[in-house]
Each structure stands twice: as C-alpha cells, then as structure tokens.
Design a protein around this ligand. Structure first.
Ligand SMILES: [Zn+2]
Length: 205
C-alpha cells in the first residue's frame, strides 16, 4: 500500500466546511468545482501523484474515470467522514486505462471496511507493513499481520497486472538499468516509486 503524507484540510475546503448553516450542510460530492479541484490537487501532492493503494501513477490529465476521490472509511457507513479531508485520498478509479472496469483498489474494495482490522493509508508506515517478492507479489511484512493480509485481499493487490508491473520494475532496479532517482522528479513519483525506494532501503520524499 502506497499511503499518503496527509496534510491539513486545504483552505478553500476549510472555508466551505465553515459556511455550513441551518439551510445547508456540506455533503459529498462537493457542490463547488473550485473545492473539488483544490482537494484533488492537494491529494495528488500528498500522494506524490500515485494511487494511495497500488502506487500506480494517476493520470489526472486524462478524461474519464481512471481515478477517483476515495473515501477510506466508506460514506455508506461513515456519513460523518464524507467531507472529512483526513478520510479522502486518490485511488485508481472505476475504469482502467483501457476503459474496462478497474479490477483493483477503490473499485475492488467497494464499501468494505473493518475498524478493527485495517491498515491506515499513512506513508511510510503502511508501506512498511508490506514486502514485495522479486516475482512482484505483495505479502504482509509480518506473517501474522491479519490487517495487512485483509488489505491485500480487499484491494486485490496481487492482481496479475500489478504483479507483472512490480516484477518488471524490481528487475530493472536489480539489473542496474534504473535507480530510485529515475522514479521521482518534481515532487511526483513514477508508478510504484514507493516500492522502489523501499527495495533500496530508502523512503520516498
Ligand atoms: Zn491503484
């Protein structure tokens, strides 16, 4: 799991939340395009451009549903967190790059959530709860970490495409074709940069 270096609620969203009154309560989706844009931008920066779960680079410039604002605690069960910035992240969306239903991340997790058995998406702690084999598979770092196991299952993080992508990236690193510096520039990571940095014993900025 990639996770996020979460910051404070951005200013436009904060003002929007504070404008609540007897006739209007903040709800999601936001009724303000400028708040939506600000939140998206803030989330992208916190996550260094990567999906909070699988760590694939998100393409916000690409129209369509390849990314979405993800409620870590689902809105259906946690209405009070629907507009809580600390509960908002960016993840792979409803569709993949080919326009097919996304088989992983937020779209696979749906409304699953277990308060007693989950890994909070906070970088780098959450990344360190997982290890990656040279075959590209992800496993809990500690064999008895049920929460990490549960996250892998519900986010489908061992989907064959992800496994193949990770195996390739780790191979390029180990054969010396690329280094971690090739995976981070201008405040953003390339796909799976968090795994690359972990593989060489470093943390992504
Ligand atoms: Zn993803």
């Amino acid at each position: 799991m990639k996770g996020s270096r979460k910051g404070a609620t951005p200013p436009l969203m904060q003002a929007w939340l504070e404008s609540a009154n007897a006739d209007w309560t903040p709800s999601y989706p936001f009724d303000s395009p400028s708040v939506t844009n600000e939140v998206r931008g803030a989330l992208l920066a916190e996550q260094r451009g990567l999906c909070v779960y699988c760590g694939k680079r998100l393409k916000l410039e690409k129209p369509g549903a390849t990314f979405h604002i993800e409620h870590f605690r689902p809105q259906s069960k946690y209405e009070a967190h629907a507009c809580d910035f600390q509960n908002l992240f960016l993840s792979c969306g409803l569709k993949d790059d080919e326009g097919m239903p996304s088989p992983t991340c937020g779209n696979h997790k749906q409304n699953w959530f277990e308060e007693e058995c989950h890994v909070a998406p906070s970088y780098p702690d959450c990344t360190l709860r997982f290890r990656f084999s040279l075959t590209g598979h992800v496993l809990p770092t500690a064999v008895d970490d049920m929460a990490a196991e549960r996250m892998i299952t519900h986010l489908n993080l061992n989907h064959p495409e992800l496994v193949k992508d990770r195996e390739y990236v780790l191979m390029l690193l180990d054969e010396g074709s690329l280094t971690e510096d090739d995976f981070f520039a201008d405040g953003k990571g390339e796909s799976y940069a968090h795994i690359v940095f972990q593989h060489v014993g470093l943390l992504m900025p």
